[in-house]
Design a protein around this ligand. Structure first.
Ligand SMILES: NC(=O)c1ccc[n+]([C@@H]2O[C@H](COP(=O)([O-])OP(=O)(O)OC[C@H]3O[C@@H](n4cnc5c(N)ncnc54)[C@H](OP(=O)(O)O)[C@@H]3O)[C@@H](O)[C@H]2O)c1
Length: 269
């Protein structure tokens, strides 16, 4: 397995660049000297966050009209967008709601939310797939463990408001698109950044976790996954054709080696 060099000419679009995994992904790409375009709903936030070192494309994955110019000329898309699994301000409620409604009429509640999992992880991802250029070299999607275990605890609880159903729709759209893809399914995410506001902070971000990285398939793993390792996998997988058209789970387990050997991990796929 020989890694393929991702050219510094190739433009890489990161969606969800202001989020936890997204920030680390952008930092990792910049560290490798690669060209990044960040899709954002808030250009000022991105400019400050990445020290003017990324191209900024204003867009919203829920709105297909905003995506044409965002995807123009990109060779890779790394999709790290997401919203909370349970109702929160990130769902952008259009009218008032309460927890009784959440418990007893979750469908009505979801209709009031402009940025629910269904809107972001399903419809948004479908929009992004539809807009992607035909010559895209890879569509990388941060999905979630539990999609094949939605009826088992704790995933049944996680899916109470449909986040796993929505992620599954996103995955299906990608797989059926004919675009080359890699789908990465983390378990519960740990590690920041939660408060990073500049690139140096991001580049210095290091996991406190002492655990190694395990890759598996078939949605069987349990445990936790470091955002730092998810971001690294999103970037490293671009260089390996073995990751093309693959879906895998990523979990932190066992003793952590001094350097994560991504090549060896991907060879197991
Ligand atoms: N949390 C977990 O335990 C867990 C477990 C498994 C998988 N995951 C998945 O892992 C991924 C990364 O998680 P995270 O916690 O690092 O994410 P996060 O911090 O919540 O970031 C989400 C990102 O998505 C962006 N976004 C949300 N709605 C959008 C829209 N309509 N259009 C464009 N961008 C939008 C946000 O932008 P703004 O800055 O504009 O809000 C933000 O950049 C997500 O896909 C999540 O579903 C999470």
């Amino acid at each position: 397995m020989t890694p393929v060099n991702v050219s510094s000419e190739d433009l890489i679009l990161v969606t969800g660049a202001t989020g936890g995994v997204g920030q680390l992904t952008v930092a990792k790409l910049l560290e490798k000297g690669l060209r990044v375009r960040a899709l954002t709903r808030n250009p000022t936030k991105v400019q400050t966050m990445f020290d003017n070192r990324v191209e900024i494309a204003e867009g919203d994955i829920r709105n297909p009209d905003t995506l044409h110019s965002v995807v123009a000329g990109v060779k890779y898309i790394i999709c790290c967008t997401g919203t909370t699994a349970y109702p929160s301000e990130k769902w952008q409620f259009q009218s008032s709601w309460n927890w009784l409604e959440a418990l007893f009429d979750s469908e009505k509640l979801k209709q009031k939310a402009a940025n629910s999992p269904e809107k972001v992880d399903a419809e948004g991802v479908i929009n992004l797939v539809s807009a992607a250029p035909g010559d895209l070299k890879r569509f990388v999607f941060v999905s979630s463990c539990g999609i094949l275990r939605k009826n088992q605890f704790p995933f049944s609880l996680l899916n109470a408001f449909g986040v796993l159903d929505a992620k599954q729709k996103g995955e299906e759209a990608i797989v059926n698109s004919g675009l080359p893809y890699t789908i990465i399914r983390p378990v519960r995410l740990i590690d920041g950044p939660y408060t990073s506001y500049d690139l140096n902070t991001l580049l210095k971000a290091s996991t406190q976790a002492k655990l190694g990285v395990v890759i598996d398939t078939g949605d069987k793993v349990v445990g936790q996954t470091s955002r730092i390792d998810v971001a690294a996998a999103c970037v490293e997988c671009l260089a390996y054709t073995e990751c093309e058209n693959k879906i895998f789970e990523l979990v932190n387990q066992g003793k952590r080696p001094s350097v994560i050997d991504w090549q060896a991990l991907f060879a197991t796929l």
